[in-house]
Design a protein around this ligand. Structure first.
Ligand code: G1P
Length: 294
């Protein structure tokens, strides 16, 4: 059976939108409620049975590495303070997966970041999860990566998640040209990075969840800079679509674009509302605030 055991998470963006908060830590380490955005992403991969996580990090790599490592000091303090609950949560993080971090020395684009993982991924199938998007699936429901893995296992073809976006949002995303198959997913013929709405072949956008066969590296190896002079993952995806084949599927999950300021605030509010320890009080506060500002 084909399996996906490795995931690659690019977390090397400059985080300019969140400066000065991201001056010394990567944006993926910003907290949503009480855990870094990156932990939600790693948890999604782990729920799908991923064992090895390859993090492509740039600035602030140490903050990421330390987060997934053992902290004797913190663990000792929690033990002495009798905080078993928190201690277990901290220990679970360091044991959840094998975390391998690779430094992307230059910010040459998402395609380049993915190619930096090639020495560790080798000749295996792998998932890519963008490190600033949170996909919330209810406990017991399949995560987005599990939804992609199901199609990938059935077909053996690289499979990526898509979502339908409003016309004004088309130029923020990679957009697929695709035809619906009888099985309900889409066969992709081309992927265009941030087209204008007039030139876009559809409104099906990539939210940042992918499963690839290792052939993607063949197209990334020789990739030339594309849109915005960056090495684009989407250009390699077009080559993959034309040669080996590429599928896409509309995913089921609540998506939070935590890499955007408004999306980040919304993620904090909505994920806190779901928490039994915070939800009821926050709801009460928001009701009062809504009355005040309406
Ligand atoms: C990247 C990708 C794009 C994708 C998007 C999802 O763009 O290049 O294809 O749709 O992530 O967030 P970025 O947002 O990094 O400019």
């Amino acid at each position: 059976m084909i399996r996906v055991k490795k995931a690659l998470i690019p977390a090397a963006g400059l985080g300019t939108r969140f400066l000065p908060a991201t001056k010394s830590i990567p944006k993926e380490m910003l907290p949503v409620v009480d855990q870094p955005i990156l932990l939600y992403v790693v948890e999604e991969a782990v729920r799908a049975g991923i064992e090895d996580i390859v993090l492509i990090a740039g600035r602030g790599k140490h903050a990421i590495e330390d987060f997934f490592d053992r902290s004797y000091e913190v663990e000792d303090q929690l033990l002495k303070a009798g905080r078993e609950d928190l201690l277990q949560r901290i220990q679970r993080i360091r044991d959840m997966a094998n975390i391998i971090s690779i430094r992307q020395k230059e910010a040459l684009g998402l395609g380049h970041a993915v190619f930096c993982g090639q020495p560790v991924i080798g000749n295996e199938n792998f998932a890519v999860l963008l490190g600033d998007e949170i996909m919330y699936s209810e406990p017991g429901e399949p995560t987005v990566i599990e939804q992609l893995a199901k199609i990938f296992i059935e077909t053996g073809l690289s499979t990526v998640a898509v979502m339908e976006v409003a016309p004004q949002d088309v130029e923020k995303y990679g957009i697929v040209a695709a035809e619906k198959t009888r099985d309900g997913y889409f066969r992709v013929s081309e992927v265009i990075e941030k087209p204008t709405v007039q030139s876009a072949p559809s409104r099906l956008a990539l939210p940042g969840r992918y499963i690839f066969t290792p052939q993607i590296f063949d197209y990334l190896r020789d990739a030339k800079p594309g849109k915005n002079n960056e090495i684009q993952l989407t250009d390699a995806m077009t080559a993959l679509a034309k040669n080996q084949g590429l599928l896409s599927t509309l995913f089921q999950a609540k998506r939070f674009d935590a890499g955007d300021k408004l999306g980040y605030l919304i993620a904090n509010i909505e994920l806190a509302l779901m928490r039994p320890d915070l939800g009821p009080q926050l709801k009460q506060y928001l009701r009062g605030l809504a009355r005040e500002i309406s």
